[in-house]
Every structure is written in structure tokens, then in C-alpha cells.
Design a protein around this ligand. Structure first.
Ligand SMILES: C[S@@+](CC[C@H](N)C(=O)[O-])C[C@H]1O[C@@H](n2cnc3c(N)ncnc32)[C@H](O)[C@@H]1O
Length: 220
């Protein structure tokens, strides 16, 4: 089916941010951690940048698993960052995770990260190349990239089936957002083309679940 962009890039409505923060994304977020673990040693100590961190569930999981890593987490929505800060402070991880209110693509964070990660941001961006350019601008040579996002279903019926399967009991605002996100997501072919256009054709885009793709690889 044809792509329909998200109505809003940022998730800055208080109700929307809270519903998202309270939702259970543990299956997808644990998959993300497994993919990260495949590319990093158990005692990874580098600096990680998370782009579009939302309520910081992934930075928190990374911080617990890699206590020596330092994590910068970026989002353009103050409503999300407020919830992220509460969660980080509750766990006492303020020294390990630093939040930044930053609207991609500009200005870019500095080139100082051994790993740049992002989950479910790509399909939100008006210009998807903003994500690939941002990653290219802040990752160190030899650094690892991990981007995961939804994969656009082939038909509107398949999108509805995924909403039924994975969000049947979720609040209406989340069901609406998940449905819109499936329609806004990219296909593997589109992402591969974005990578080639951005000069990142050495990164590999693969399907990693019935509804997710991942882009992975090491910078030269
Ligand atoms: C679907 S959420 C994903 C949050 C988190 N990464 C996760 O996995 O739960 C997408 C996040 O990207 C943020 N976002 C969208 N466009 C952005 C932009 N141009 N710059 C920075 N953040 C952006 C939204 O505010 C939202 O918090």
C-alpha cells in the first residue's frame, strides 16, 4: 500500500506522550536490546546516542545492561522528555543517561559516539534522510549503527490485523497512533534506497519480526 505520512512529527501532546509511556513495548524493546547485544561486547563502555528516545525505555534498558556505558538521549518533544526524566530519576540513573531536547536534523550532536541507535523515529520524520544524515554526522569511525522501525504492511487489511493482534487492549489513542505509524512506515526497498542516497549503503536493512525492520552495521 502507498505510504501515508504521520499527521505530526513530534509526539508532544501530554495525553499522547503519557499513553505511549505507559504502554508495554517490552517485546519490541527487548528485541532491540538483543540486536544491540549481537554487535557489542558484554562489558561495552562506550558512548551511545539514542535519537528520538521518547520516554527513554530503551536508554534505561541499555543503561541497566551496560552499566559502564554513557548514554545521550535526544527527543524534540518536551512532553516526552519530562516523562523520560521522571523514569530516569526514579531508577537513579541520572549520571548514566543525559537527556537533550533537540529537533532533528539541526543542529547535529558532535561526532563522539561509538554507537548510535534509534527506535521508531524514522517513520515520523518528514524527510527520512534527516535521520541518516544525523547518524553520519555524530558517529565515530568504526562505530555501530542500530535503527529499528516498523515495516509498512502490504495492504490496509494487514495493518488492521497487526493493530488487532498487538494493540487489542490498548487505549484508543495508542491504537490510533499504531495504525497511523504502520501506514507511515517504510518498506525494506525504500530504506535501502535511503541508505544508498545518504552514502550509507554499507549498512544492511533486514526484516527482524512480523512488523519490524532493522538497519545495522559498522561505520568504515
Ligand atoms: C514513536 S516514538 C519512539 C520513542 C522511543 N524511541 C521508543 O522506542 O519508544 C518517536 C519519538 O520521536 C520523536 N521525534 C519525532 N520527530 C522528531 C524530530 N524531528 N527530532 C527529534 N525527535 C523527534 C517524537 O517526539 C517521539 O518521542
Amino acid at each position: 500500500m502507498k505510504r501515508t505520512p504521520e499527521p505530526e512529527e513530534l509526539m508532544d501532546e501530554a495525553d499522547q506522550a503519557r499513553a505511549y509511556a505507559e504502554a508495554d513495548f517490552s517485546a519490541a524493546n527487548e528485541l532491540f536490546l538483543e540486536l544491540f547485544a549481537e554487535a557489542h561486547p558484554k562489558d561495552f563502555q562506550g558512548r551511545i546516542l539514542d535519537l528520538g528516545c521518547g520516554p527513554a525505555d530503551i536508554p534505561l534498558r541499555l543503561a541497566r545492561r551496560y552499566p559502564q556505558a554513557r548514554i545521550d538521549a535526544v527527543d524534540g518533544a518536551p512532553a516526552m522528555l519530562e516523562l523520560a526524566q521522571q523514569a530516569i530519576t526514579t531508577e537513579g540513573l541520572d549520571k548514566q543517561i543525559n537527556l537533550h531536547c533537540h529537533y532533528l536534523p539541526s543542529p547535529e550532536p558532535a561526532r563522539e559516539y561509538q554507537a548510535v541507535v534509534s527506535n521508531s523515529l524514522l517513520h515520523h520524520l518528514n524527510d527520512p534522510l534527516d535521520l541518516w544524515r544525523s547518524i553520519d554526522g555524530c558517529i565515530l569511525p568504526g562505530g555501530q549503527v542500530l535503527v529499528m522501525d516498523l515495516l509498512r504492511p502490504e495492504t490496509p487489511e494487514q495493518a488492521l490485523d497487526l493493530v488487532k493482534e498487538y494493540a487489542a487492549d490498548a487505549p484508543e489513542v495508542l491504537r490510533r497512533d499504531f495504525h497511523a505509524s504502520l501506514h507511515a512506515a517504510y518498506t525494506l526497498e525504500e530504506v535501502t534506497e535511503q541508505l544508498q542516497t545518504s552514502g550509507l549503503g554499507f549498512l544492511e536493512a533486514t526484516r527482524v519480526s512480523d512488523r519490524h525492520l532493522a538497519v545495522r552495521g559498522r561505520m568504515p
